[in-house]
Write a protein that binds this ligand. Structure first.
Ligand SMILES: C[S@@+](CC[C@H](N)C(=O)[O-])C[C@H]1O[C@@H](n2cnc3c(N)ncnc32)[C@H](O)[C@@H]1O
Length: 836
């Protein structure tokens, strides 16, 4: 009867039962039922039917209130259990109830609160027969329960899944207010057993004898409606943990193997039965066939526990077997083909289902990924805003490769389109594309992280500030060099001349462009073929570079001057003296080719700036300057980190002097430059604090000093360790008294620990001069007396060692005693040791 053999028998509950000293693993079933329904804690009298070897009895004794009666009955003797009475009887026999009644009389118990039944008939044989006798035994147990159960008492019985199960339920429902069905975890899923609980016995005055008559009861068993389970999608259906769906109460539904193999609707059979039997004579050749492996037989044993793969396995077995047993049927169209079609359909359904599952999973993954990206981006934006830093364009996910790809510009038209896009349009485009970017990102594509207007503005401001500072530093260094200023002014005038007659320069560019126009229409004008036979000369490159709008506009605005040194092969951008906007020195580039320029006359030759002696000022001075500037910048940067302060600094940057008024007299401009210095956003104190920080960093001990200190510390530790060992050995000696041991140990430690230099107060005699050396403090008499008094006060208060010492010393050297006038001090002074 679904008996488990071999290793599987010794499962978790078997081991647990052993550990807890229970006689059977079945004990755990009652433990679990009791935990769920709370049966035992309120039961003062328990009758356990079919109780051997006594596992349930043990649990009952443990869980019932103290002094309760627990009686166990079984066909076989039960070894004594403390707190329980066991009877050797057949529960189907009338003697059994007599014995119980006698015992009840003896113990003064009128009825039982709980009747348990876990009986299994000891009849080996066919399953159906066994199930029948099992259920008959259940009814015998119910009979006893009706005799001995107190009103509202409970009844627990084990039932085997079979056709009679419904009848048992019907019977119990007549007798109990509530009927529950449960399969505790300790009950093996492979077992057909299930537990039925009759709760709150109705205790009817009269019971219809037919209700407890097995023949009568089981004859009228109702055939439950057939319910076909789609076994291949079984996992999607709601599982009935108790093993039964509503209205489906038949436990053992059997189909013969022959029926299953030759049926036209195998899936229906698999869905309706829970056991495929090989007992019928028609199934014998199937059973003996090589294709019917042990695994198949095992699967047929209980279809309820099978999964989708198992059912597929059975269906495959059926198909193969059909082919093997009747090859003629293979060709015939009807049942086999229909089956095949069915199976194919199922397979397809399966595939679709699997695909759908995979798709949903993939979509979820993508969603998660997109969310992650967005949150990452937000976090970065936040961090950037907090620190006021610019985007690190090289970071992953922030590069729009297309944006910087020249290959995306297919022809001149594209280039014109790029050029002609106004900043407003660009911003609009950026905004429009922002949403798209998010979607792109969510699609896992690389997208550019475009700056917001705010960031662009900040970037421009910072760049301008940087340029301003660089130019101011430059001016500060150059100030005083009137020669230089003169030259700059000269350069400025020359530049104007250059611009006036600069048509040639432009002409070259336009000529070059017009030359190529015909061919450039279809090619990217920004991409130059490397295979071109004629490479552009350095001048051409230079011309092209400086012909860009930005330089022309800047030159027109007088921001800087472009000049070209053909002699020195140097191209230079000169800064005007009276403009703050300047380009860094790096703009001066070395010319690599030494090719002579044909158009050298087109450029004004400006001598390279001579190295001023004031520039080569001492390195100390420049270092100081650097530190000062660095401190200023850092102080400023520190302020910029805070939003409010940053906004304040930015606000202050807007003022009425922002724009250079035109037509102002030169002397006024000079004065302005000299006297109207911008107010720095940081105070002197803040800069000083920053400098102090530098100093602090510089003042940190050098590595070697730190190492030396560490070595010293290590040596001290080693010494202490040695002393500790010695002290241990001293304390271990038995022939020395404790006092002397302590003394010796004290001495050891004194030697080991370096002494702190003690302060020594020296009291001078009147009119005698005393030299106070290192560690000596010169005090007058009054002070000395005060010190002694305070020392005595302490000593008087407590019994501390220190106090005592001070007192003793004070006593010695007090008043007119010899210590005061003593000759030890050479008549000139007396020394008095006072502990800190
Ligand atoms: C599964 S065991 C019970 C285990 C028990 N609940 C425990 O925890 O140890 C089933 C018991 O029912 C007993 N049994 C079967 N038929 C019986 C009957 N007619 N009268 C009494 N006991 C019976 C068997 O002897 C067997 O010991």
């Amino acid at each position: 009867m679904g008996k488990v053999k071999g290793k599987h028998r010794l499962d978790k509950f078997y081991r647990l039962a052993k550990e807890h000293g229970y006689r059977s693993r079945a004990s755990w079933k009652l433990v679990q039922l009791d935990s769920k329904f709370g049966l035992l804690r309120s039961s003062h009298a328990v009758l356990d039917l079919c109780a051997a070897p006594g596992g349930w009895m043990q649990v009952a004794v443990q869980r019932v209130p103290v002094g309760s009666l627990v009686i166990g009955i079984d066909l076989v003797p039960i070894a004594p259990i403390r707190g329980a009475i066991s009877i050797e009887q057949d529960i189907t026999k009338p003697e059994c109830s007599k014995r119980v009644k006698n015992l009840m009389g003896e113990r003064g118990v009128r009825a039982f609160d709980l009747v348990l039944h876990d009986g299994s008939p000891n009849v080996g044989g066919a399953w159906a027969q066994e199930a029948m006798s099992q259920n008959a035994l259940v009814i015998d147990a119910v009979k006893l329960a009706t005799q001995f159960l107190a009103p509202k008492g409970n009844f627990v019985t084990k039932v085997f899944r079979s056709q009679d199960y419904n009848s048992v339920l019907y019977c119990l429902k007549q007798l109990f207010e509530k009927v529950e069905v449960d399969k505790p975890a300790a009950s093996r899923s492979t077992s057909a057993e299930i537990f039925v609980l009759g709760l709150k016995y109705k205790a009817p005055a009269k019971i219809d004898p037919r209700l407890l008559d097995v023949k009568h009861l089981f004859q009228g068993s109702i055939e439950p409606p057939k319910k076909v389970v789609d076994v291949l999608r079984g996992t999607k259906q709601k599982r009935h943990r108790d093993g039964y769906e509503d209205g489906d109460t038949t436990l053992r539904k059997v189909s013969s193997a022959a029926d299953f193999i030759w049926s036209d609707s195998p899936l229906e059979i698999l869905g309706t039965v829970n056991f495929i039997s090989f007992d019928a004579p028609a199934s014998v050749p199937i059973k003996e066939h090589a294709l019917t492996t042990e695994e198949v037989k095992h699967l047929c044993d209980d279809l309820r526990v099978l999964g989708k793969q198992d059912f597929k396995h059975l269906l495959k077995w059926r198909m193969n077997l059909r082919k093997a047993l009747s090859p003629s049927q293979k060709a015939s169209a009807s049942p086999a083909n229909i089956d095949n079609q069915d199976e194919n359909k199922e397979d397809e359904d399966d595939k679709i289902l699997n695909e759908m599952e995979e798709l949903t999973y993939a979509m979820e993954r993508k969603k998660k990924h997109a969310k992650k990206l967005i949150s990452k981006r937000r976090a970065k934006d936040k961090a950037r805003k907090a620190t006021g830093m610019q985007i690190d364009a090289l970071e992953d996910g922030y590069i729009d490769h297309e944006l910087f790809s020249l290959s995306s510009i297919k022809g001149k038209k594209d280039l014109v389109a790029v050029d002609s896009t106004s900043p407003e349009e660009e911003n609009r485009n950026l905004k429009d594309s922002d949403d798209e970017d998010i979607h792109k990102e969510s699609r896992g594509q690389s997208s550019s992280d475009l700056d917001s207007d705010e960031e662009r503005r900040r970037y421009d401001e910072q760049m301008e500030e940087f340029l301003d500072q660089a130019y101011e530093r430059f001016l500060a260094r150059k100030e005083g060099s009137s020669k230089q200023r003169k030259r700059a002014r000269q350069a400025y005038a020359d530049k104007e001349k250059l611009l006036e007659g600069g048509d040639d320069h432009e002409g070259i560019c336009s000529e070059n462009e017009s030359d190529k126009e015909g061919t450039d229409n279809e090619s990217n004008p920004l991409m130059v073929s490397l295979d071109d036979g004629e490479k552009p000369s350095q001048e051409e490159i230079t011309n092209k570079w400086f012909s860009q709008d930005i330089f022309v506009e800047a030159a027109e605005g007088g921001d800087f001057e472009v000049s070209y040194h053909s002699d020195e092969n140097e191209m230079q951008v000169d800064r005007p003296v009276d403009k703050k906007l300047s380009l860094p020195d790096k703009m001066v580039k070395d010319k690599k080719t030494s090719q002579a320029s044909k158009e050298k006359d087109d450029f004004e030759i400006v001598p390279a700036p001579s190295t001023d002696t004031s520039d080569s000022s001492s390195s100390d001075e420049s270092d100081d300057e650097d530190v000062e500037t660095k401190a200023e910048i850092l102080a400023c940067a520190k302020k910029m980190l805070r939003k409010k302060q940053r906004e304040q600094i930015l606000d202050d940057a807007y003022n009425k002097y922002m724009f250079d008024d035109e037509g102002l007299p030169q002397w006024f401009l000079d004065e302005e430059r000299r006297h109207r210095q911008p107010i720095k956003p940081v105070t002197k104190e803040e800069v000083a604090a920053m400098r102090a920080q530098f100093k602090e960093i510089n003042a940190r001990p050098a590595k070697k000093v730190a190492e030396a200190k560490a070595r010293k510390k290590q040596a001290a530790m080693r010494k202490l360790e040695k002393v500790r060992k010695k002290a241990n050995s001293i304390s271990g000696q038995e022939d020395i008294s404790d006092r002397s041991k302590r003394k010796m140990i004290d001495q050891l430690y004194k030697k080991a620990v370096p002494k702190k230099p003690q302060k020594e107060y020296v009291v001078a005699k009147k009119g005698v001069q005393v030299r106070a050396g290192k560690g000596k403090v010169l005090v007058d008499r009054r002070m000395k007396k005060d010190a002694r008094k305070s020392g005595m006060g302490k000593a008087g208060k407590g019994s501390s060692k220190k106090g005592k010492n001070v007192k003793a010393k004070g006593g010695k050297g007090s008043g007119k005693g010899p210590a005061m006038k003593g000759k030890k001090g050479g008549g000139k002074s007396k020394k008095m040791g006072v502990r800190d």
